[in-house]
Design a protein. Structure first.
Length: 170
């Protein structure tokens, strides 16, 4: 007997089966956790290194390339992007979603620590940070129309207190 034949010959069984599916669906829907702002662990680690006075070309060759080659051997990297500017190098390492972010960040710290000896002596200690979505700003406000000093004072004395008076805003 196939499924359609059972459904036709036993309508009470079919009705009870459908009713059970509906009841389990409603119960599952009611217990489904929903959060307006869920906590997310994004598998992204950034490495920022500062070398005062260095040109972007020097940063690229002496800092960024050295750290990229050290970090590139870590398992589970999805993408690796870098930026070299005047005196600053930023490397962003994106891992696959199945990679635990705390372990990945520790692996990056270990590789960066091993490569610090190859960096120029004037370079500051590289800063390794995990990307934390929860610490990112939820709102950006731009003000314009007056000189910068007046706008800064207005933002600090008028806009900021009004925003901080809202419940849940700190």
């Amino acid at each position: 007997m196939n499924l359609s034949e059972i459904a036709i010959r036993r309508p009470v069984f079919t009705l009870m089966l459908m009713l059970a599916l509906v009841v389990f669906g409603v119960l599952g829907y009611q217990t489904l956790p929903v959060n307006l702002l869920p906590s997310l662990d994004v598998p992204i680690v950034t490495i920022i290194t500062i070398l005062p006075g260095a040109s972007p070309e020097v940063m690229e060759s002496d800092v960024t390339d050295v750290l990229e080659s050290a970090v590139n051997t870590i398992e589970g990297i999805k993408s690796l992007t870098s930026f070299s500017g005047q005196g600053v190098s930023q490397i962003t390492v994106t891992f696959t979603l199945d990679r635990e972010i705390n372990i990945a960040a520790q692996d990056v710290r270990d590789k960066v620590s091993g490569a610090v000896g190859q960096l120029p002596l004037d370079a500051e200690q590289p800063i390794v940070q995990k990307m934390d979505i929860n610490s990112q700003p939820m709102l950006w406000i731009a003000v314009s129309g007056l000189d910068n000093r007046t706008l800064s004072d207005y933002a600090d004395q008028v806009i900021k207190p009004k925003l901080q008076s809202v419940a849940g805003v700190g």
